[in-house]
Design a protein around this ligand. Structure first.
Ligand SMILES: Nc1ncnc2c1ncn2[C@@H]1O[C@H](COP(=O)(O)OP(=O)(O)OP(=O)(O)O)[C@@H](O)[C@H]1O
Ligand SMILES: [Mn+2]
Length: 272
């Protein structure tokens, strides 16, 4: 079987840009050394291991290829590397291992899914959003003592979020100065996730409170039917404030992110 690289020249020809998703160094080098003509080469990956000229950092590996491509394209748009109407060739690994798939898309600014803005254009630091995702994914994978568990994290704009919520119980984070991402905090978050309500996290990642009952106005919130009170409250608080909500569902095990009152991203922790 001919390898993907044998066809690359044909497939990339007359595209405006190529996005290589997490390429190996050898694939990237072969690619750069080949004749890419006027086509810009962009690398999208968790880390820039290949010394790319143009780079879009992926905050998560995005097992779902559609999410990965959306993030890469929206990130490339944000950096003015591609623009409306551009033909972009995306080269990614869909199966395990090396780059094995090519998806050619036309950039359509109106189709912006918001997945890039979720991380980069939130009130909270991108790393904070990522850390909260990681806790939610881990919690979703393992549950609490083997049982599925739900959790609601409201990240950023914490002052306003506190004003639109009330305490369900004493706040174990009252006088602490702990941040998401600290290993010990992740253990605490998992422990407290058995109890009701939401975690409130500041822009910089400080855990402001646990056990908050959110009381946002729910009008104008557009979340899929079938999701319950936790998701409704999480979605609605992001319309009422500039926070981002990351919700782990106890019933279907998925992690969802809401921003501006809409569902932006849905991932299955089992794939991570
Ligand atoms: N307004 C709210 N603020 C904070 N937490 C809430 C709120 N409403 C519900 N919850 C939390 O969500 C939990 C689950 O509620 P519910 O089953 O209605 O939500 P859900 O969206 O179906 O979530 P799941 O998919 O996890 O079941 C409640 O036990 C409570 O801890
Ligand atoms: Mn439910």
């Amino acid at each position: 079987m001919a390898s993907l690289t044998d066809h690359l020249a044909d497939l990339v020809e007359d595209a405006d840009a190529v996005i290589l998703f997490s390429p190996t160094a050898s694939f990237h080098d072969r690619f750069i050394d080949g004749d890419t003509g006027d086509t810009d080469v962009i690398v999208a990956a968790p880390d820039d291991d290949v010394g790319a000229e143009s780079f879009v950092e992926l905050p998560l590996p995005f097992r779902n290829v559609r999410d990965r491509i959306r993030f890469g394209i929206e990130g490339a748009m944000d950096a003015s590397l591609v623009s409306e109407g551009d033909e972009v060739v995306c080269i990614a690994s869909v199966f395990e291992g090396e780059s094995d798939a090519i998806i050619r898309v036309t950039v359509d600014e109106t189709a912006n899914s918001g997945i890039y803005d979720l991380f980069v254009d939130s009130r909270a630091d991108p790393g904070v959003i990522r850390n909260v995702f990681e806790v939610a994914i881990e919690l979703g994978k393992k549950g609490q003592k083997g049982k599925p568990v739900g959790a609601l994290f409201v990240v950023g704009d914490a002052g306003k979020v506190m004003n639109k919520s009330r305490a369900l119980s004493y706040n174990p984070f009252e006088k602490s100065h702990v941040h998401v991402g600290d290993p010990i905090v992740n253990v605490m978050l998992k422990e407290f996730s058995r109890l009701d309500g939401a975690f409130v996290v500041s822009d910089s990642g400080k855990i402001v409170s646990a056990y908050r009952y959110l009381e946002p106005a729910a009008e104008g919130v557009d979340i899929p039917k079938g999701l319950g009170a936790r998701h409704m409250a999480g979605g609605a608080i992001t319309r009422d404030t500039n926070a981002t909500a990351i919700v782990l569902s106890e019933s279907d095990g998925l992690v969802r992110a809401f921003k501006g009152g809409s569902l932006v991203l849905e991932i299955d922790p089992e794939e991570y």
